[in-house]
Design a protein around this ligand. Structure first.
Ligand code: 9WN
Length: 438
């Protein structure tokens, strides 16, 4: 065989290549985010993946969500990872033996037949289920898709609203940075500083074998992630006791969008959606009341165990733009912030950085401390469109598509140069490309 020093560019249209990435990452019942870095099923990844997969295979999109929901605990929580038993234990840390879901999670009703983590991720699922249904209503009805997923999605929202209102103001709290999905966001620096890290020698990171260390969270971050997860596990995953509790704007905005979607699903199944729509509106009001910062023109995180609002600008604080029910002055201020000096959309950047370009902690390569991600870009593209910002939405859409194409569906990119960081062939990047191409 001849060594190919200059391989030809991948063939096929962007659509075909995105479909191929998702096919390569499909296990038969779900899609891994990345075979090298994340070889199991992740909760919010699967929701974004299903949103894209519905265009190429509505059946696989339904299956993706059904597989995740089959791992739901009886208390309603949807675990952030569903482990694939055929993957070696050392391929990802923390592995199933760390979480001990089927023993430590017994009180909370963890499933016996499948191994999962015990924390959650943002509730994008009901929104995904509704969009998947709409892509092929005939198949969905023939398979009883909504009838089967509806009670599980309702229990999931009930868990969040009843067991996770740790601040007492009607919003949901996350109890671990992995739950919010933006693991090492500078928003967590202050609340994490109170946590005693687990000793570095007490665990072995698997991520550094696949990703560049300067693109990943630090060992000190990991020590704290491990401490928080260990304490939660050792308390039998009971809520309300941990040292870390934060109300996050993106997490809660996604719950609002999903609650509206659940209302539509209820209507489709012949029930009334009114109470759910009303609840979504109450949640929107709580979001504005508790997290809106008029001076910064964006939403902030609230440190429930600490002094209150966290003065850091994260992309999370812009994501409520996806909500049509936002007060118009709030939506207008969000657009100004998105396109102003802190996020630079349309000026310094073509995609949306995960963190304040002018912030002290900004780092263009380190994971959620600056790089631009495709899921947050997709949510903001939808938000701009929802609020009548068509030209900006079109520009963001073509930047997302162009960058997904040029980087081979990178996990995230440098917000100034759009250069690839993290894994390539990343599933939600490919899936959301399919959705934007439609
Ligand atoms: C921990 C899978 C997940 C995403 C998260 C992202 C990253 C995991 C990790 O990968 O988190 O859950 O090991 O870093 O931060 O948003 O869901 O793609």
């Amino acid at each position: 065989h001849q060594v190919v020093y200059d391989p030809p560019p991948p063939t096929g249209s962007l659509h075909v290549r995105a479909v191929r990435v998702l096919e390569g990452n499909w296990t038969g019942t779900s899609t891994v985010p990345s075979p090298s870095l994340y070889p199991h099923q992740w909760s919010w990844d699967s929701a974004f993946i299903a949103i894209g997969l519905r265009h190429s295979s509505p059946l696989r999109a339904q299956t993706e969500l059904e597989t995740l929901l089959a791992a739901q605990w009886t208390d309603g929580r949807i675990p952030h990872i569903v482990f694939n038993p055929s993957v070696p234990l050392d391929a990802y840390f923390p592995s199933p033996d760390f979480w001990r879901s089927s023993t430590a999670g017994r009180a909370a009703g963890a499933p016996r037949t499948v191994q999962t983590s015990g924390i959650v991720q943002p509730p994008v699922h009901a929104l995904a289920a509704w969009l998947v249904h709409r892509a092929d209503p005939g198949l969905s009805r023939a398979r009883g898709f909504l009838t089967r997923v509806y009670p599980r999605l309702a229990a999931w929202h009930r868990y969040l609203l009843h067991r996770r209102d740790l601040g007492g103001g009607g919003l949901v709290s996350v109890v671990h940075p992995w739950e919010q999905g933006m693991d090492n966001s500078p928003c967590w620096d202050a609340p994490l500083a109170r946590i005693t890290p687990a000793p570095a020698r007490s665990f072995r990171r698997a991520d550094l074998g696949h990703g560049a260390p300067e693109d990943r969270p630090t060992d000190l971050d990991y020590g704290r992630y491990v401490r928080l997860a260990t304490d939660y596990r050792d308390g039998a995953y009971a809520d309300g006791q941990g040292e870390f509790a934060v109300e996050d704007p993106a997490f809660n905005a996604l719950l609002v969008a999903s609650e509206h979607a659940l209302a539509r699903i209820a209507q489709e199944l012949g029930a009334a959606g009114t109470a759910r729509h009303a609840r979504a509106e109450r949640l929107t009001a709580a979001l504005v009341e508790r997290l809106w910062d008029p001076a910064r023109g964006m939403f902030l995180c609230r440190d429930v165990r600490g002094p209150g609002l966290i003065p850091e600008r994260s992309v999370s604080g812009l994501i409520p733009l996806m909500l049509p029910g936002l007060p118009p002055d709030v939506a207008a201020a969000l657009v100004r912030t998105l396109t102003g000096p802190h996020f630079g959309l349309g000026a310094a950047t073509r995609l949306v950085p995960s963190y304040d370009l002018l912030g002290e902690a900004f780092d263009p390569h380190r994971y959620w401390r600056g790089p631009a991600w495709f899921n947050t870009g997709w949510l903001l593209e939808r938000g701009l469109r929802t609020h009548g910002e068509r030209a900006r939405a079109d520009a963001l859409r073509s930047a997302l598509l162009g960058t997904a194409d040029a980087t081979g569906f990178a996990e995230y990119v440098d917000p100034y140069t759009d250069a690839a960081c993290g894994a390539l062939g990343f599933s939600w990047t490919a899936a959301l490309t399919l959705d934007l191409l439609r």
